[in-house]
Structures are given as structure tokens and as C-alpha cells.
Design a protein around this ligand. Structure first.
Ligand code: ARG
Length: 576
């Protein structure tokens, strides 16, 4: 493991034991990036109390034990007791050279590997779909890619909303429209329009509303003709989602569908178990759980409704069945729900009830990876240019069309240009979702996401294209650059040191399901490369060994960027 922060932490642990005894080796070495050196350790400050000595004195003693080594060039005490650490150029160069020849780029494997269920994308057939589902899809897929890269065994769960009382009106509307017309409309992604038309009729036409209610009863009773229409509705919608996933390069397939209807057969048993355990009670005819600590505005306990008084099941019932299934049958060690922040309370209650039921124990981690709202320039929920609700495929088309404007004058070959535009447009759209902390909202702004400078998809794609062009000019293959890497300039050093942090950046994504940490790392990497490229001639390097070192640094940068972008699910064109 060449991550500098970890290498320093290990040295500091040894120094702590040497200076104050083995019982001190467990102290967190508190290694942080520093403005005055490569890193600093703040460990002396919390130790002052335990050792009853001034922190500066502790820092000085640790510094003398650290001294200089293969890793550390200089150690200096500063301020109230910080230990500033400067790495050796040779060490950085050797580690970077080693990273270049490591197929895993020095990213450690999970040990032990975990079984992780990731619930993501999860759009609805029966409710209005919104651009937020694009974000849960893109963020969830990046998390999945990273976990698999780290060796975890991942179960993707697309919790498609394919069940519920709204299906009554959708099915009646389908009959009104005619099967064929409905098929075409849904497969083309007009889900919102279809839903809105059904809903308008439901509100305005009592006879339609009555038919719809009867249809719900028939659906729940398993009436074959109703089930046939329902399956048709779902399969049309699936076609549309699959076309979106395919175009976005999202790894979800039909095999990952664990839709709401999948849990229907478990609902009665889940309710019985919760009731038998005393976790759920009948309240006003409904079966409810009142998990401890959840109260409404009036101070009254908040119910999680498991079975309505009419015997019907809802969203919460399904989630209780899903969490039990994931823990008991899928044996998950970790469950990550990539879902909008507006459902925070719902998941907090689901987890609390699962804990009271004894399903969720300390051996399992259940996490709601909250997703913030994507808004238009008006800071309201995003709408299209025409003001109607957004069709995801239109959004993608718009990104690609605008990408074409960005790269237009650069390529005459129309097909090549279309290919590049597709990668740039989709990359920009996805990266905009991924580069912002997932729980903060952001304004969807095509101009900003397509800018060639700043923390954008196109900037990172462009950095890779530039490195590839260096190799084309050099007339050698990227894989042929083996170094060794050496350090002759500050910009080389900064780039090499940056590249050593790749493993840590990938691991940070896993810790709290936060892809933006990797995005930030890749952006810093591309920026460090830009500086290096401005300051250090590669092909015109003063000496052959420097030239081959710089080619190796460029090759390592390319591999880190390509691997990182792939983990985020960002497509990369060969040229730009
Ligand atoms: N279909 C839901 C929605 O769009 C998201 C489902 C999330 N997953 C879950 N297990 N509840 O709001």
C-alpha cells in the first residue's frame, strides 16, 4: 500500500510505541495534508493530557524518533505541536513507478469482502417519474462499480414501483387508449404523459374512478386478464428504462429487478411476524409499528403503516419485507438505499422497526445514501424547455446536442463527431450528478456541465485525450511506458504524489457511498497533470531518462484517470 497517508501513519505508530510505550501505538496518528509540508501529524495535541506534558515536547520527542527514513526526508515541529512531514522524492518516485506496473493501481482489496445490497434507480411505473431517478441511478451505479472493484460481492436491487392502487387507473386508461397505442406510448417513455392523462380522468370522471377502483381489486385478487394487462404495462415501461440504462452505460439489467410486486407474497407473513413479536399493533383497524423516538408535530408517536384498515399493503409494508429478505435470505452485510432525501424519515423508521424486530443487528449496516434534489435555474424541480415534466431521454438528447455544439468545429468526420458528442454529453450529465456531494441539491445547467474547464466531465475527458495524443506523437503505446519515474521538478513531484492517493480516494467512495470524493480526486489529478504539462516538456525533455520518466508519469496519470472515470461510469472518447 503506497498511500502516503497510510505509510506515514504506520511510521507514526511505530514512533509512538518507541517513544511512550506499546500502549500508545493504538493512538490515531492524525495524519492530514499540510500547507507547510506534504503532511502533518496532529497526534501530540490529544496526547498532551494523557501524558501530562506540553504538546510541543511530545511532538519533539516523536519527531526525533521519526527522524528521517526511507519514506520521510524531514520532520519538523511547528505551532502548538504539529509535526510537519516531508516525503523523500526517491520514495515518491519509486512508489509511483511501482503503481504504474500494478494492474490494480495499488488499490487494496476489501478484507473481508462484504455482501452488499445496493437499492438504486428504482423508478416508478405508477407515479410520476422525475429527474431525481436519473441521479439515484447514476450515483448508485458508481457505488456499485466501486464496491465490485474493491472485491465486495454486490447485489443490485432495482426496487421498481410496479404495484399499488394507482394501477387501477393506469390499466383502465390503457384499455381506453387501446393496447397497441398504449404499448407504443409507454415504450417511447411517455410515462409521465400516460400517468397524467390517467390521473386527470380519475379526478374528473367518477365513472372512470369507479372502474379504476374495481380494477385495483381485480389486480390484487389475481384476475388473469388484469394481470395480463398489468404485465404488459410493466414490460413496456421496462423497455424504456432499459434503453435509458443502455445509453447511459448503467450496469442494471432485468436480472436486477426486485420490484415492489416481488415482495407481495411475503407481506402477510412479515406483518404476522411483526405483530407476533409485539413490534406492530392494531391501531384504528390498521396494523402499525410505532418505533421508539419518532413523534409527529403534536408529540404523538408516528406510525409506520404495515397494513391499512381495508387490508391493503403499501410502500412501507414492502420495504419491511424487502429489508427482512435482504438480511435473512440474501445474507447482506450491508444494505445501501440510494434514494431521495425526502424519504429520510421513511428509511429511518424502516431501519428502527427492523431493529426492533431483531432483523437488523450490529452485524449488518443499513444506510440511506440520501440524494439531494436536482433543480432547474429557478431552483424548482427540473422541467424541460416547454415546461412539461421531464422525459429522461429528452434530457439526454439535449445534453448530447449541446455537446455537439461544443466540439463542433474540431472534427469533420460526422460519425466520429457523433460518437464523441455522445460520450461528452452523457459524460457531462453523469459527472454533474457525481461531482456534487450526493446529499446536496444542485442546479442542472447544461452550459456549466459542458464547460471544458473546471470540475466537469469534459475537462477530465479532455485530459485523457491530451495524454493519448502525447503518446501518438511519441509513436509508442501507453503500456510501453514503464519509467522508471524520477523527480526533477516540483510539478513532477506534485503529480506523482497526487497519483499515489488513488487507492485512498477509491476507498473513500466505499466508506459512505460517496462517489463525489473520487470525482474530486480525479479533478485534482487532471489539474496536477495540466500544471505538469505546462511546466515540464515531455517529448522535448532535456534528457532521455527524464523523457521516459515523464512519459511514465503521463501513462500513470492516464491509467488512473481512465480507471477512475470507469468506476464512476463516465464514458471516455479516444479523441476530443
Ligand atoms: N420508487 C421509489 C421512488 O421513486 C424509490 C424506491 C426506493 N427503494 C426502496 N426500497 N424504497 O420514490
Amino acid at each position: 500500500m503506497t498511500d502516503p497517508q497510510q505509510a506515514l501513519a504506520r511510521l507514526m505508530t511505530t514512533a509512538l510505541a518507541a517513544a511512550f510505550g506499546p500502549e500508545y501505538s493504538g493512538a490515531d496518528p492524525l495524519i492530514r495534508p499540510s500547507q507547510f509540508a506534504d503532511y502533518q501529524s496532529n497526534v501530540a495535541l490529544p496526547l498532551a493530557k494523557r501524558l501530562s506534558r506540553p504538546p510541543r515536547e511530545i511532538a519533539a520527542e516523536l519527531a526525533s524518533h521519526l527522524g528521517s527514513s526511507e519514506v520521510v526526508e524531514t520532520t519538523a515541529v511547528s505551532g502548538p505541536g504539529f509535526i510537519n512531514l516531508t516525503l523523500r522524492d526517491d520514495w515518491i518516485a519509486a512508489e509511483a513507478t511501482a503503481e504504474l506496473t500494478d494492474p490494480r493501481l495499488d488499490v487494496a482489496l476489501a478484507h473481508p469482502a462484504q455482501r452488499v445490497v445496493v437499492d438504486y434507480s428504482s423508478p416508478n411505473v405508477a407515479r410520476e417519474m422525475h429527474v431525481g431517478h436519473l441521479r439515484t441511478t447514476v450515483v448508485g451505479d458508481a457505488v456499485v462499480r466501486v464496491l465490485e472493484y474493491l472485491g465486495d460481492s454486490v447485489i443490485r436491487a432495482n426496487h421498481l414501483g410496479d404495484w399499488g392502487t394507482q394501477f387501477g387507473m393506469l390499466l383502465e386508461h390503457l384499455l381506453d387508449v387501446g393496447e397497441e397505442a398504449a404499448n407504443a406510448q409507454l415504450a417511447a417513455g411517455e410515462i409521465n404523459a400516460f400517468y397524467q392523462a390517467a390521473n386527470a380522468k380519475f379526478k374528473a370522471d367518477p365513472a372512470f374512478a369507479e372502474r379504476s377502483r374495481k380494477r385495483v381489486v381485480a389486480l390484487q385478487a389475481g384476475d388473469p386478464e388484469t394481470l395480463r394487462l398489468w404485465s404488459m404495462l410493466i414490460s413496456d415501461t421496462k423497455k424504456y428504462y432499459n434503453s435509458i440504462y443502455g445509453r447511459l452505460g448503467v450496469t442494471l439489467t432485468d436480472a436486477d429487478l426486485a420490484p415492489e410486486s416481488f415482495y407481495n407474497a411475503m407481506l402477510a407473513d412479515v406483518c404476522d411476524e411483526l405483530q407476533a413479536k409485539g413490534v406492530a399493533v392494531i391501531s384504528d383497524g390498521a396494523l402499525c409499528a410505532f418505533p421508539a423516538g419518532f413523534t409527529g408535530r403534536d408529540g404523538a408517536p408516528l406510525p409506520l403503516i404495515l397494513r391499512k384498515s381495508d387490508g391493503g399493503y403499501g410502500y412501507a409494508s414492502t420495504d419491511m419485507a424487502a429489508i427482512r429478505y435482504r438480511i435473512r435470505d440474501l445474507h447482506a452485510d450491508r444494505i445501501i438505499y440510494v434514494v431521495g432525501s425526502e424519504q429520510a424519515q421513511h428509511f429511518a423508521m424502516v431501519f428502527a422497526v427492523a431493529r426492533e424486530a431483531g432483523w437488523l443487528t450490529d452485524a449488518v449496516s443499513a444506510e440511506h445514501a440520501t440524494i439531494g434534489l436536482v433543480t432547474g435555474a429557478d431552483r424548482k424541480r427540473f422541467r424541460t424547455r416547454t415546461g412539461s415534466s421531464v422525459k429522461l431521454s429528452d434530457l439526454i438528447n439535449e445534453a448530447v446536442e449541446r455537446a455537439e455544439e461544443v466540439i463542433e468545429d474540431r472534427y469533420d468526420d460526422r460519425e466520429l463527431r457523433a460518437q464523441i458528442a455522445e460520450a461528452v454529453g452523457i459524460g457531462a450529465l453523469k459527472y454533474a450528478d457525481l461531482s456534487v456531494a450526493r446529499d446536496s441539491g444542485y442546479v442542472l445547467d447544461f452550459d456549466r456541465m459542458l464547460a471544458l474547464t473546471g470540475n466537469t466531465g469534459p475537462y477530465l475527458q479532455y485530459a485523457t485525450a491530451r495524454i493519448r495524443s502525447i503518446f501518438r506523437k511519441a509513436g509508442i503505446d501507453v503500456d510501453q511506458a514503464k519509467g522508471p519515474i524520477q523527480i526533477t521538478e516540483g510539478a513532477e513531484r506534485a503529480l506523482a504524489l497526487q497519483l499515489l492517493g488513488f487507492g485512498a480516494a477509491v476507498w473513500q467512495v466505499s466508506e459512505a457511498a460517496e462517489p463525489h470524493k473520487l470525482a474530486a480526486f480525479l479533478f485534482e489529478t487532471a489539474s496536477a497533470f495540466t500544471t505538469f504539462y505546462e511546466k515540464c516538456p515531455v517529448l522535448q525533455a532535456p534528457e532521455e531518462s527524464v523523457r521516459s520518466s515523464r512519459l511514465a508519469l503521463s501513462a500513470l496519470t492516464l491509467r488512473v484517470l481512465l480507471t477512475g472515470l470507469d468506476l464512476l461510469g463516465i464514458p471516455v472518447p479516444e479523441r476530443m
